[in-house]
Design a binder for this molecule. Structure first.
Ligand code: PEP
Ligand code: MN
Length: 342
């Protein structure tokens, strides 16, 4: 259910509506829009008696929301959500005119490795650095990440190069630490339906980058985002990273058609990860170009200066010089669409 306020409704009237919703034992989510504020209601198991809300001062109308996801739906908020990620080198805003670039190694391996790559990707223009301190690996014997030590290295990257930090939390415990050090909390594909982790991310004070599960439908993807938003964190960036199909020429099949599909149904920004989406270095550049051409709000790409010796995802990591080319080409494609690369 959505309570749409009149365009001239006062803050006081919005507050009164939220209080009435709380008195009904439900949760109110005020959503300011360009022309008017709407108040989303969650927590109801059946229909809500809207009579008492509809007659309140400042209320224009009450609209039932038929989708299973509510707060992430365009029915509730027509205009795109802008998710601002602070970075000393310049904030990056996802969901608007900017195409955000997030680059770095799959995993933080050593201080030298992270600083070397950060220097190169920053020089190419990236303002956001990604690198895992906690790695969800298929094998328990594979490198699991440096944990807090890795987060400290990421903090040094921010200090030295002015880059915002994007890094993954794999469970509630690591999320506590990631929230402390990072600028964006990444939730990985394997955790897209880890509902307790999603709820914890929803209570975090940092933006969340939510990766699509490797076999998730669009509805499941948006429901996962709804978990985060319903806890009060509206700063969610969706990330397409490929789904599993029968193909064997790539690690996953990058589903670029999900970009316009998401944009039709949801106001949240969507970025694309062509590294996990293809698993092959030589396919990262063409798929990055295609993602931006299809309307992605950003690109998340793995870069390594010595990929043959990388502790994880070397085969899909591009070299810094390839990353330079990527930024140049993506910038040219973005310009055709009236967008700018940051
Ligand atoms: C990653 O970003 O390094 C990662 C593990 O990605 P995903 O969750 O998409 O597999
Ligand atoms: Mn990886």
């Amino acid at each position: 259910m959505l309570v749409v306020m009149q365009s001239h409704a006062t803050d006081e009237q919005v507050r009164a509506v939220c209080e009435r919703i709380a008195q009904l034992g439900l949760r109110a989510h005020p959503i300011p829009g360009a022309g008017r504020t709407a108040v989303g209601i969650t927590g109801n198991s059946g229909a809500i008696d809207t009579g008492s809300l509809e007659s309140m001062p400042g209320v224009a109308e009450c609209i039932p929301v038929s989708k299973p996801y509510k707060l992430v739906s365009r029915d509730v908020k027509e205009e795109n959500s802008l998710v601002r990620v602070p970075a000393p080198a310049g904030d990056v805003i996802f969901g608007g005119k900017d195409v955000g670039i997030v680059a770095g190694p799959c995993a933080v391996e050593t201080r030298e490795q992270a600083l070397t790559i950060a220097e190169r990707v920053r020089a190419a223009g990236a303002r956001l650095f990604r690198g895992g301190a906690y790695k969800p690996r298929t094998s328990p014997y594979s490198f699991q990440g440096l944990a807090e030590e890795g987060l400290k290295i990421l903090a040094e990257v921010r200090d030295r190069f002015g880059m915002g930090i994007v890094t993954e939390a794999v469970d509630n415990e690591s999320l506590d630490l990631v929230e402390k050090y990072a600028d964006v909390i990444q939730i990985g594909a394997r955790n897209m339906q880890n509902f307790s982790l999603l709820k914890r991310a929803g209570r975090a004070r940092k933006p969340v980058l939510l990766k699509r599960g490797m076999s998730a439908t669009l509805d499941e993807f948006l429901m996962a985002a709804e978990y985060i938003v319903s806890e009060g964190n509206y700063n969610v960036i969706l990330c397409e990273r490929g789904v599993r199909t029968f193909t064997d020429h790539t690690r996953n099949t990058l589903d670029l058609s999900v970009i316009p599909a998401v944009q039709r149904l949801s106001h949240l920004p969507i970025v694309v990860d062509p590294s996990h989406g293809t698993g092959r270095r030589n396919k990262v550049l063409p798929l990055s170009r295609a993602a931006v051409a299809a309307g992605a709000d950003g690109i998340l790409v793995e870069v390594h200066h010595d990929p043959d010796r990388a502790l994880s995802d070397g085969p899909q990591s591009i070299l810094p010089e390839e990353f330079n080319v990527l930024v140049t080409e993506v910038r040219a494609i973005a310009a055709v669409l009236g967008r700018t690369v940051n």
